[in-house]
Design a protein. Structure first.
Length: 577
């Protein structure tokens, strides 16, 4: 195996180290070779970010002749140390707001729904505490996690009650009086101050570390290795921290990506460079070298920042491309139609349409109308419910039919390769890659970063918004389709990057591009004739699955004109527009 100089330097290093690895830089390969040189005389633990990464990593260690490397997630390790020992019973999905009200007998202290708002914050405060490295609830300030003024005002008014009830809920779990959550046993594990009997501990995805697990990690006597990418930190909303910044270990870099080309690498670097606009940021653009040379176009994905953006784009696909028969949502489609609290999109729709008798969720049943739900959202900062409200307001009675069609076309996980299009939010495709991706236009733009840099917006949140776009564009192995509004200013893009225009231009008839070139440069003129080059572009984009709305924008034509041209070109399927 040919390794880079950077990889060889890491493999021969000594002592505690941290590795800042750009997307697709072969960090797992590096860790496998690092482990191979130490496996004969040492006991090694590899900590993966989630279950799917754990299973893949375990297989790769075995395939490379290293079955003795123990592979765990933070939660699987904590589970072994706590659940059996204390005889706990786990509640897999956590507690809903309505269940917290009943468990703690929370009174309504200030009009209707107050008890549910309190329960929502108690639930979130418990998650904040369980993921923290603090020993007591009182050692944290829950207000630090809030951004909305209405939520801050409400929590400030009832802070002492929320804090005491959070501790009470934790104590109930600790005593085994109620079922425990996954967050709870991770916290229990940290508070036990466990000694892990390993010579080496390899901590992957260190940029999104749970402070609780990081505390356990730092206290071990083992040689410690942290691997991550500072610019892929996207789980701040789950109270994660960047362990690469928290440690003083010697730093090594993996700056060569084997996933994508230099064109993608340059774009990714320019997006990261938006951080220079954020005050109090010590920023040096990372070096990214792209050595990927993928030519296949097997897996095609649509990536969005939000559930709302993704569902809207998926709806556009299924309504405009009737021939599309197999789709797949990363994490399964149900995870996009239910909130963390268990509220269904259908319940929000029934509330919106006044069909209260059909509502199943106990919390939504308590509300008279959608306005009460929106008031609840303001006081709790519940972003998933907010997105559900936006969906039902936009599509109304069409929602059941849309979801039904999506589910009918959705394939199971073991048949994912059959999907013509894969849909995912960035959070759900973390660590994954696709041959071609289309970016939904719901990410932050450079202009928005500039507009917010002097506002009260948390600078850490601005960093994370930029990271989300960086992670999205670096999922591709070959082609990238990106809205023009998300392209950094003055960027000179070239294939395999193609622009989806909001105010679309088309190629001039005098331009002689390469057969695959679709980068658009000159403004369109009304009724400009179709050319051989434009026909080729239209056919290629249509066959790659781009829906009619995006085709119309890209070629500066009406949907009817797109339909007529496709029909004239004798394509097998005609778009429904």
């Amino acid at each position: 195996m040919d390794l880079t100089d950077e990889q060889n330097t890491i493999i021969t290093s000594t002592g505690n180290i941290k590795i800042n690895a750009v997307a697709g830089s072969g960090k797992t390969t590096t860790i496998i070779e690092y482990a191979r040189t130490r496996s004969k005389k040492s006991v090694l633990l590899y900590l993966a970010f989630n279950r799917s990464v754990r299973l893949e990593a375990a297989k790769r260690f075995v395939d490379n002749g290293l079955p003795q490397v123990q592979v765990e997630t933070a939660h699987s390790l904590a589970y072994k140390y706590t659940v059996f020992k204390y005889g706990y019973t786990i509640r897999a999905q956590g507690y809903t707001t309505n269940e917290i009200v009943q468990l703690l007998t929370i009174p309504s202290v200030e009009g209707k729904l107050t008890e549910y708002v309190l329960a929502n914050h108690i639930n979130r405060f418990l998650a904040y505490f369980c993921n923290s490295d603090k020993e007591t609830v009182k050692a944290l300030n829950y207000l630090d996690t809030l951004n909305d003024s209405a939520a801050e005002y409400f929590v400030s008014k009832y802070y002492q009650f929320i804090e005491s009830q959070t501790q009470r809920l934790y104590n109930k779990m600790d005593a085994g009086a109620i079922e425990i959550t996954h967050d709870f046993y991770l916290k229990k594990f940290q508070l036990l101050n466990p000694h892990l009997n390993y010579d080496y501990i390899l901590f992957d995805e260190g940029q999104d570390a749970s402070p609780a697990m990081l505390d356990v990690f730092f206290k071990q006597q083992s040689v410690k290795v942290i691997v991550g990418d500072t610019h892929q930190q996207i789980y701040g909303w789950r109270y994660a921290v960047n362990s690469l910044e928290k440690s003083d270990f010697k730093t090594y870099n993996l700056s060569t990506s084997f996933r994508f080309s230099q064109a993608i690498a340059d774009l990714a670097r320019e997006i990261i460079s938006w951080k220079r606009h954020i005050p109090e940021t010590c920023f040096a653009p990372p070096l990214i070298t792209g050595r990927g040379a993928a030519q296949t176009l097997g897996s095609k994905a649509v990536l969005a920042r939000t559930n709302l953006g993704l569902l809207l784009k998926a709806t556009q696909y299924i309504t405009e491309k009737e021939a599309l028969s197999h789709i797949y949502f990363e994490g399964t489609i149900n995870s996009y139609t239910y909130a963390h609290d268990g509220t269904s999109l259908y319940d929000v729709l029934n509330l919106y349409e006044g069909k209260r008798r059909l509502i199943k969720d106990n919390l939504i049943k308590k509300m008279k109308n959608i306005e009460e739900l929106e008031e609840y959202i303001e006081k709790t900062e519940d972003q998933q419910l907010r997105m559900m409200v936006e969906i039902v307001k936009k599509y109304g009675e069409e929602v059941p039919g849309i979801i039904k069609t999506l589910k009918e076309k959705h394939v199971q996980r073991d048949e994912k390769e059959k999907a013509e299009i894969i849909f995912s939010t960035v959070h759900r495709c973390k660590g994954l890659e696709y041959d071609a991706i289309q970016i939904v236009n719901d990410f932050i733009t450079e202009k928005e970063v500039l507009a917010q840099k002097d506002s009260s917006t948390d600078r850490h949140k601005l960093h994370e918004e930029i990271n989300l776009l960086y992670v999205a564009v670096t999922r591709t192995k070959n082609r990238l389709y990106i809205p023009q509004t998300l392209v950094p200013e003055q960027s000179a893009l070239s294939p395999p990057i193609y622009i989806i225009h909001k105010a679309p231009p088309v190629l001039s008839a005098t331009v002689k591009p390469e057969p695959s070139m679709r980068l658009i440069k000159k403004p369109a003129r009304k009724n400009k004739p179709w050319t051989e080059n434009l026909d080729r572009q239209l056919m290629d984009l249509y066959r790659e699955g781009m829906p009619a709305g995006d085709l119309a924008e890209t070629f500066s034509r009406t949907p009817a004109a797109i339909r007529a041209r496709l029909k004239k070109l004798s394509l097998s399927a005609v778009l429904k527009v």
